[in-house]
Design a protein around this ligand. Structure first.
Ligand SMILES: [Zn+2]
Length: 260
């Protein structure tokens, strides 16, 4: 049960190969590429198999005949490390699709030898796969125990009645801990302290890395930023609203709090 990301396929791989066809942003797993002319990218070794991403061109016939799944639906149908590898496949293909020209001078780019980058032959600009770090935090109030509360919020854009941790992208030049404090202040007007790393999760929607923290309430009353948060409140263990499904690190944060 392992996933080892690679850029360059190993010379000595003597196991099976698998091909993750990326149809739009959906995936379809097969043991051979549907067309030999389609671009492929090495993804890594998954349970001893060498996995490849296959970029299915937009105008090609769908090799899955409609059976490809988007990554949210793929979750739970395969082991989690398969889902992570499939998420890598979608992100690498989408990166290659959107970096065909130099962002500085507009020349067509070429794959850089020996690394995962697109290189401009005219000005030398290198473009690497994009990864957008985002922090997510579970804020607690009060001493640990049955009366301790957590802050849960419903996003302004969410279509389901679900309550989760606060999250937001890290700004260039900002430390993760400072992003935790800033996002909580901006979204609900509270001051928090003691941001403590919890864990991380690749989140390929479209290219985030979620970095989980816990934090402790310091001061303030909840005042939601209506562009981000529809409502937010404090909840005890025995009085939780609907919380996110198991796919997300938000759920792991909440479950860890419930268990602790
Ligand atoms: Zn250029």
């Amino acid at each position: 049960m392992s996933f080892w990301p690679l850029v360059i396929p190993p010379d000595d791989h003597d196991g099976d190969h698998r091909y993750i066809h990326v149809v739009g942003a959906s995936v379809f797993v097969d043991d051979r590429p549907a067309a030999s002319t389609w671009e492929v990218h090495c993804i890594g070794v998954v349970d001893g198999q060498l996995w490849w991403a296959v970029d299915v061109p937009r105008d090609a016939d769908d090799p899955s005949y409609g059976a490809s799944l988007d990554l949210r639906d793929f979750y739970g149908r395969a082991p989690e490390h398969h889902w992570l590898a499939a998420g890598r496949a979608v992100q690498i293909v989408e990166w290659a699709r959107t970096h065909r020209f130099c962002g500085r001078c507009g020349e067509p780019t070429q794959p850089a030898p020996g690394e995962r980058a697109m290189r401009c032959p005219t000005c030398g600009l290198l473009a690497y796969p994009r990864l957008s770090p985002a922090m997510i935090t579970l804020v607690t109030r009060g001493e640990p125990g049955p009366d301790q509360q957590v802050l849960l919020a419903r996003g302004a854009q969410w279509t389901r009645p679900m309550y989760s941790c606060l999250a937001g992208f890290v700004e260039p030049g900002e430390a993760l801990e400072d992003a935790v404090i800033r996002e909580v202040r901006e979204e609900v007007g509270l001051e928090v302290g003691a941001p403590t790393y919890f864990g991380s999760q690749p989140w390929p929607f479209p290219n985030s890395l979620m970095i989980g923290f816990t934090a402790e309430y310091v001061s303030g009353e909840i005042v939601c930023d209506p562009t981000e948060i529809a409502e937010a409140d404090w909840y005890r263990r025995d009085d939780l609203p609907p919380i996110p499904p198991g796919i997300s690190i938000a759920r792991r944060l909440i479950d860890a709090w419930l268990a602790g």
